[in-house]
Design a protein around this ligand. Structure first.
Ligand code: ADP
Ligand code: MG
Length: 235
């Protein structure tokens, strides 16, 4: 298996006044194409920091991160923006939908940045919303939908441009356990259908159980990596 993401000796230090916070301490691991990888650890262990470094949202203090062989740690802002648009999708804990836009408009947004024309854009967005079970909610604004429905819109938006990698930081963090399960099943289904790679942050072991690779993080270091070899047999 070829690695699609390689994290090499990554350290992240935040400076707050005169204090230094070592959020990540010499972390190395690989994620293969098609992996469903969870970064699992308690609050403050460094999970979000790691995800943000991979997505190029934060700057690395030391080390390198390669995605599809490209070093994201050395990319400039413009290059990073293009790279994200082309290869990455994002799902957020608080959905991050645009409140003035309806579901269809929110999902179509990434395609506007990809300069797709109105018609194919709206068709794709509609198709995605049908896939996530919101075919009857196309014109609803975020505040006219439940948390679970809003996250379905978030997922449709993340997957609409068929990105190779989807990053998700605690995507079920604001949802009840039944809805969380539905959302996880949905993410898994979407990723399996298009052989996408998922990197998900969670503090919840029952959520991490959806992954085939679990990276346990503790105090900014990798405690252990657990891999499920034949995922199909377990689902
Ligand atoms: P997790 O996502 O696992 O809860 P984070 O990656 O958010 O943890 O944080 C890891 C550590 O880095 C924590 O001790 C946190 O306080 C610190 N930290 C995170 N972001 C910042 C920041 N912008 N400035 C200073 N310290 C930060
Ligand atoms: Mg976090």
């Amino acid at each position: 298996m070829e690695p699609i993401i390689e994290v090499k000796n990554v350290t992240k230090i935040y400076k707050v006044g005169n204090e230094k916070v070592i959020a990540l301490d010499d972390v190395s691991f690989k994620i293969n194409k098609g992996d469903f990888c969870c970064l699992l650890g308690s609050s403050g262990s460094g999970k979000s920091t790691l995800l943000n470094l991979m997505a190029g949202i934060e700057k690395i203090t030391k080390g390198d991160i390669f995605i599809k062989g490209k070093n994201v740690s050395t990319m400039g802002e413009h290059q990073l923006a293009k790279f994200r648009q082309k290869y990455l999708g994002f799902v957020f804990q608080s959905y991050n939908l645009i409140t003035s836009m309806n579901a269809l408009e929110n999902v179509a947004l990434p395609l506007i940045f990809k300069e797709e024309k109105v018609k194919p854009r709206n068709n794709k967005a509609k198709e995605m919303l049908i896939q996530v079970g919101l075919g009857e909610r196309l014109k609803h604004r975020p505040n006219q939908m439940s948390g679970g429905q809003q996250q379905r819109v978030g997922i449709a938006r993340a997957f609409v441009s068929n990105p190779e990698i989807v990053f998700a930081d605690e995507p079920t963090g604001n949802l009840d356990s039944k809805t969380s399960k539905e959302i996880m099943e949905l993410i898994k289904k979407m990723a399996t259908e298009h052989k996408q790679t998922i990197v998900m942050v969670t503090h919840d072991e029952s959520i991490a159980a959806y992954a085939n690779k679990i990276v346990h993080i503790h105090d900014g270091q990798i405690e252990k990596i657990v891999e499920v070899v034949n995922n199909e047999e377990n689902n």
